[in-house]
Design a protein. Sequence first.
Length: 507
Amino acid sequence: MKKKTAQAKKPPKKGQSFFLKEWWLFLFGLVILLRIPSLFEPFTYADEGIYLTLGQAIKKGLVLYRDIHDNKPPLLYLLAAITGSFSAYRLIYFLWSLGTIFVFNRLARLLFPQKPKAVILTTSLFAVLTSLPMFEGNIANAENFMLLPIMAGFYLIFRFLGTQRKKNKFSWTWFTAGFFFSLGVLFKVPAVFDFLAAILVCLLLLEIKNFKNIFLNLISSFAGFLIPLLGTFVFFGFKQALGFYLSAAFVQNLPYLSSWGSQQVSAGGFSSRFLIRVLAMGFLILALFFFRKRLSLALKVIIVWFVTSLFAALLSGRPYPHYLLEVLPSFALSFGLLFETKGKFLRVIPLVFLGFFIFVFYNFHFWYYPNLPYFKNFYQYVLRLKSKSDYLVFFNPQTDDLYQTADFIRSHTTADEKIFIWGTQPSIYALSGRLPVGRYTVSYHVFDFKGEAETLGALRFQPPRWLIVTGDEKRDFPQLDFFVAERYSLFKNFGRIKIFYLLPQSS
C-alpha cells in the first residue's frame, strides 16, 4: 500500500515540470511575434478608417449617428476618439488582445480545474487563432474588442456558481457580469447572443433547491446588462439623437444584415437558411435540457456557447472572417475535452466542432486571408530583404496613393474644412484629419442605408472645395456623376485616386 502511494506521488520530470510552470512565457513570445506586425501595418483597412474618422468627429463636437453615421454601437468610436490616431488605436488593441488572452486563460482554468494540459492547449489555441490574419486578428475590429468583456462576464458568473451558489441575495458579482456583457453589446450587437449563452447555461444548472438563488442572480445580471444600454439611450436622448442612434445601431442593421444574399427564399422576411439555423439551435438546446444532469459545467458552457456564437456569426450571411472571432473562444475551449477521463466519447466533440467549423467556412464562402505571406512580408521588410514600397503594396496597391492624397488634403485645407470622398477609402479622412461633408464616410454605406438623396443634399448645401473619387466603387450613382461634372474640375491624380477642385462659380 505504501509502495503504491509513493508511486502515485512520483514527481514529474524536470523538463516537463518547467514547461507546465513556464509555458506562458513561450506562448507570450509567440503571440508577440504574431501580433507585432499589426503595429507597423499601413492604415488602409476601411473599417479602421471609419472608426478613426468617427472618433475624430466626436473630438470635434459632432454627435454620433445624428451628424455622422456608422452602424455599430458607440464604444468602438469612443475608443477611437480617446486614442486619436491610428498608431495609438492599434497599440491599445495590441494591449487589449493580451488582456483578452489572460481572461480566457482564467476561464479555461475555471472550466478545467486540475487539468493543466487542457488549460495550456486551449489557451494556446485561442491565442494563436485570434492572432492570425485568417480571422483578421491583426485588425482592430469590434469583434476583437468585444471578446474581452464577454469572457469576463462568463468568468464572473461561473466562478460565482462554483463557490457561492447557496447565497440568496442580490449579487454584485452577477451585476458586474451583466455589465460586462452589456459592454460587449456596446461594441457590437451580436454579443447579446453570448449573454444568451450564459443565461441558458445557468438555466441548465437550475434545480429546485437553488431556484430562488439563480432567479435573484439572473435579475442581478439583467440589471447590470440593461443599465449601460439605458445610459446610452439617455445620453443620445439629451443630444436629440436617440432616433438616429436606435435606427443606426439596432434597427438599420436588420435590412443591412439581410442585404447580402437577398436572393434566398424567405418566409416572413427571414431567409430559409436563417429559419433552419434557428430551428437547429433551438432543437439542440432543448436536447441539452433533457440530458443536463449528465453534463459537466464545461460541456454545457462549450456546447451552448458554440451554438449561439456560431448563430450570431452567421446571422448576416456575409463572408467576413472577423465574424468568426466570436466563435473562437468556445471552439478553443472544446479542445480541453481531449483530456476528459470520464466519458471518453467526449473527446470526439472538438473534432466534430473542427469539421463543422471547416464546413461552415467553405459553405458560406468566407474570405480567406493567407497567414504565411503576411508574416513573411513583415519579417522580410524588417530584415531588409524587401523594400518599403514592396512592403506597403502587399496590403493595398493604392497604399502610397492614399498617403499622398492625405498629405495633399492636409496641406491644401484648413483644420476645420470638410472634404468628400466617393469610394471605400475612409482612411484618407483620418490620415488627413478632416471630416466628410454629410453623414456617410464610405460609398457602400450610402447605398446600403439608402443615403443617396441625403448625401446629394449635403453636397449641394455645403459643396467642399476638394472632392475625391478613389475609383473602387463600381456601382452607379449618376446624380453624383452629374454633380461632379457640373461643379468640379479634375485637379490632380494619385494613381486611380482623382482629386477634384470646386469651380469658382459653383462655390
